[in-house]
Ligand binder design. Structure first.
Ligand SMILES: NC(=O)c1ccc[n+]([C@@H]2O[C@H](COP(=O)([O-])OP(=O)(O)OC[C@H]3O[C@@H](n4cnc5c(N)ncnc54)[C@H](OP(=O)(O)O)[C@@H]3O)[C@@H](O)[C@H]2O)c1
Length: 242
């Protein structure tokens, strides 16, 4: 097959590309660094010529609901208008249960796919193991690092990438079973383990975030239910591989 990976240079996108190439598919990477802007549509028609399926793993770093809706609205609309026969998109477990501005855009993305005429597949996944690294790097204040009080079910990005290629190969399926990691962990423990692995000796302080999203982080709204598929790589194993 000829598979386009929108966001193929990102945290999960690079794994989608690796798995697709390893299985012998022809792969086209769509990213601004590769000269294709899925949001504006620049370069999209040429890049998608002859493509059988596009896997959409683009993202925008924002905490603004308007920016997230604008981004996922524009990128999804452009992919749906492109003439590609199948769009596979990666979404996130709990986007419709947790009031978080970024998630507002993911809801728009799912709604556009479901309402459109193009055959589609949506996979929701939980946070990647890399989330602990992002928290460690973004919430450090000298030797002190903060971690939101959160129950997480982290999954290996490479396993999500492999599942997305399975779905691209299988054909349109609508919303499929969620994919989550093999265990539920506290974010403060994940960040502390990540800190230790980097030989960081300062404290990691758990902080309950205010508001509805803070509550969702604590109450399990971001965990997959019993019907989800579970990946196999634990957070500890992922950390040991680093
Ligand atoms: N991170 C998680 O824990 C997690 C969990 C579940 C689901 N997801 C979902 O998975 C998807 C990918 O997340 P990620 O963390 O892998 O993202 P990421 O590492 O931030 O990568 C984003 C990718 O999108 C590309 N991109 C951004 N704007 C673009 C544009 N206008 N046109 C073309 N490409 C563009 C980037 O390349 P350029 O900068 O070169 O354009 C990059 O390849 C997102 O939809 C996210 O909601 C993430």
């Amino acid at each position: 097959m000829k598979i386009a990976v929108a966001g193929g240079t990102g945290a999960v996108g690079r794994h989608v590309v690796e798995h697709a190439e390893a299985r012998g598919h022809a792969v086209v990477v769509l990213s601004r660094a590769r000269g294709v802007d899925v949001r504006t549509g620049a370069g999209l028609d040429v890049a998608l010529a002859g493509v059988d399926v596009v896997v959409d793993v683009t993202s925008v770093p924002t905490r603004s609901a308007r920016e997230s809706r604008d981004f996922f609205g524009a990128t999804t609309t452009n992919l749906l208008r492109s003439g590609v026969p199948h769009v596979v998109a990666l979404s996130i477990v709990g986007i419709d249960r947790a009031p978080y501005d970024y998630y507002a855009g993911k809801v728009v993305q799912e709604e556009l796919l479901a309402a459109g005429d193009v055959p589609w597949t949506v996979l929701r996944a939980t946070q990647f193991h890399e989330f602990a690294r992002q928290v460690f790097e973004n919430l450090g204040f000298g030797p002190l690092h903060l971690a939101p009080v959160m129950r997480s079910q982290p999954v290996a990005a490479h396993e999500v990438g492999a599942r997305l290629v399975d779905l691209a190969e299988a054909g349109p399926a609508g919303r499929v079973r969620d994919l989550a990691g093999p265990e539920v962990l506290r974010m403060q423990d994940m960040v502390a383990a990540y800190a230790r692995a980097r030989s960081h000796r300062g404290p990691v302080l758990p902080v309950p975030l205010p508001g509805g999203f803070g509550k969702a982080m604590r109450d399990g709204s971001l965990l997959a239910g019993s019907g989800a598929d579970l990946g196999t790589q634990t957070f500890a194993s992922w950390l040991a591989d680093r």
